[in-house]
Design a protein around this ligand. Structure first.
Ligand code: ADP
Length: 607
């Protein structure tokens, strides 16, 4: 219930629409009842062509109704039979028109509120996803996240309207119809209410099972989405490893399972309709039987009243059914809500500084003091790292794959917080520097270039404000990218395609370098790409990287010999920590050192 109330709390923003929707639903209920009520005199004139007549009653409950009715009828049947029919027809038309107009405005308001809430929650989720620590994305499947942002958000919609139906619309309709039916015959109303709730109960039980099953279908669909997502991004790998068959099999299994679940849920949903209909008719027959006796044997009820009563009952089914499904809808939207709030409430592991120290310029050094780090408890990736990086130095990090090179760079950029120890920028703990200032200071060029399906320009500017064309061109030029960008069909406005598919590997890297150059960061973290480029591309990319590294403090996860040789300091990471520190020449002296071994392997393979 708490989760549900939290969902409902999102409608606060739409107060005006709530008030409007309340009034329209009130009017809708009144006109609905009136439009049904109008049929009684119509039937009466058809059956009897009756003249004005006063009705005597001994029954107090129906007395008010009969007084109103007689006044109404005397107006209707005051003229000729023809004019009576005309009056009734016009009144029915007007009542139905007003009912539908108010119904439309009510639905419109509801849509505005519901869709608005969905939009608000979706946006909040997206913002949160942009705040989550990078660790989250290594744990969660993309499909799962996407499904929460689409399916689950859509699912809560019926829950939002449930609050309205249960609080406003349906009770109003039920009360008005009930008053009307009571005024016609309280005995028949009682009978109906003995029979109907039972029907509704059975139908709502079917509904519960239906929802449970559709929930499973939904979960399966999110897994299916994950597989599709991976297939799109892994298209090249799948082809090159000829893994189509294997992937088809993975997909087939998920798809079949989805099919099996959907069939199961369809059986329930297909059963729901005939069972509901039969039970409704059963209830109807009991009432007709009772009503028939009242008319034929006891002469208590006029035929037109009896038919009007039946019409009202039919109208009652809808709100009662809606009301009976309210608890299901609430449960369902709460389940989806839970999946949504799990993300919204997911702890942001790496929090922005609470009492930040003003820090705009890097002046001296970055120091790592006894830094240890693990992803999973007690499985240390880095242990007791002590390191000093001076301003304007190039620090190269080398080491076998999986030794923790990227992790070290990630904790310096504070994508993760250290498990113990401290990272100090000019003596200030990195945790006390605002993200905005830290990230402005540090530029990152990752190993795998990430481009977005947007223009070249937007991929380079990427959220920076007030970038002049001149600055943009100069960054592109220094990244050796200007030439190929200008040769593209729309120059800087050309769209790069999803993940930069329309560009070559070297071109993508150069755009990423231009992106970093434009920011002109004081500290650069560069994870050199390992994927091999052809010699010409490698040369232009290397030249771009040299431009990028000039006059900066650089931390390079080094794969290229040239960077290693130029580095002021090389650290060699082995299991759990730094095994060697020194310049290239110094490290080459250590005959049995890991560095010499790694260097020789690389040197040989590059030969
Ligand atoms: P390198 O860059 O040297 O190849 P990484 O820093 O990427 O190594 O990884 C170091 C170790 O940490 C590896 O054993 C890897 O499996 C593990 N690792 C990396 N990222 C995560 C993560 N998000 N969760 C758990 N373990 C991780």
């Amino acid at each position: 219930m708490k989760i549900y109330l939290r969902i409902v709390s999102y409608i606060k923003k739409y107060k005006k629409f709530i008030v409007f929707s309340f009034f329209t639903s009130l009017l809708f209920s009144i006109f609905s009842a009136l439009s049904i009520y109008m049929t009684i005199p119509l039937l009466k004139s058809l059956f009897t062509g009756s003249q004005t007549q006063t009705t005597q009653t001994t029954d107090n409950l129906t007395g008010i109704y009969q007084n109103i009715q007689s006044a109404f009828e005397s107006y209707l049947f005051s003229g000729s039979k023809e004019s009576a029919i005309l009056k009734i027809s016009i009144l029915i038309l007007v009542a139905f028109l007003l009912k539908n107009v108010t119904g439309f405005f009510h639905s419109y308001c509801m849509q505005y509120i519901e869709k608005g809430v969905l939009r608000d929650i979706r946006y909040e989720m997206y913002e949160k996803i942009n705040k989550l620590s990078v660790r989250y994305f290594t744990q969660e499947k993309a499909g799962n996240l996407i499904s929460r942002m689409t399916n689950d958000i859509n699912n809560i919609q019926s829950g939002i309207s449930a609050a309205f139906s249960s609080l406003i619309k349906e009770p109003l309709l039920i009360i008005i119809y009930l008053l009307l039916s009571l005024s016609i015959s309280w005995e028949m109303t009682l009978i109906s209410f003995a029979v109907f709730p039972l029907t509704v109960l059975i139908v709502s039980k079917i509904g519960t099972s239906l929802r449970r099953r559709s929930r499973r279908v939904q979960e399966k669909l999110s897994e299916l989405l994950s597989v599709i997502n991976e297939t799109i991004y892994g298209a090249k790998i799948i082809r090159s490893f000829r893994a189509e068959k294997y992937r088809n099999e993975v997909f087939r299994k998920e798809n079949d399972e989805h099919y099996r679940l959907i069939i199961k849920s369809s059986v329930t949903s297909e059963l729901a309709s005939p069972i509901t209909e039969f039970l409704t008719i059963l209830a109807g027959v009991v009432i007709i039987w009772f009503g028939g006796r009242e008319i034929l044997i006891y002469n208590k009820l006029k035929p037109e009243e009896f038919l009007g009563f039946i019409f009202i009952l039919f109208q009652l089914i809808v709100p009662i059914k809606n009301l009976s499904s309210v608890s299901n809808r609430i449960q369902e939207s709460a389940a989806s809500g839970q999946r949504i709030f799990e993300i919204l409430d997911y702890p942001i592991e790496v929090n922005d500084a609470i009492n930040p120290v003003e820090y705009n310029s890097f002046t001296k050094d970055i120091v790592l003091k006894n830094v240890s780090f693990y992803y999973n408890i007690n499985k240390y990736i880095l242990k007791d790292i002590n390191l000093k990086i001076n301003k304007s130095e190039i620090l190269a990090i080398v080491g076998p794959s999986g030794s923790g090179k990227s992790t070290l760079a990630d904790i310096i950029a504070r994508f993760y917080d250290v498990t113990s120890g401290e990272i100090l920028f000019d003596g200030i703990n990195v945790k006390d520097i605002k993200f905005s200032q830290l990230r402005d200071l540090i530029g990152i060029v990752p190993q795998e270039t990430i481009l977005f399906n947007d223009s070249v320009k937007n991929n380079i500017v990427f959220g920076l404000d007030n970038v002049t064309d001149e600055a943009l061109r100069s960054a592109a030029k220094n990244a050796n990218a200007l030439e190929f960008i200008e040769q593209m069909e729309n120059g800087f406005e050309s769209i790069v395609g999803e993940r930069g598919l329309k560009l070559s590997g070297g071109q993508k890297q150069r755009i990423a370098i231009a992106r970093a150059l434009l920011r002109n960061p004081q500290i650069l973290i560069l994870d050199e790409a390992t994927s091999s480029l052809d010699t010409e591309s490698e040369r232009v990319v290397q030249a771009a990287i040299d431009n990028l590294m000039a006059n900066r403090t650089s931390i390079v996860i080094a794969h290229r010999l040239s960077t290693i040789k130029n580095a002021d300091k090389i650290i060699v990471i082995a299991e759990n920590g730094i095994s060697q520190i020194g310049t290239h020449d110094e490290l080459m002296q250590e005959q049995s050192g890991l560095y010499k071994k790694l260097y020789e392997i690389q040197f040989n393979s590059n030969d």
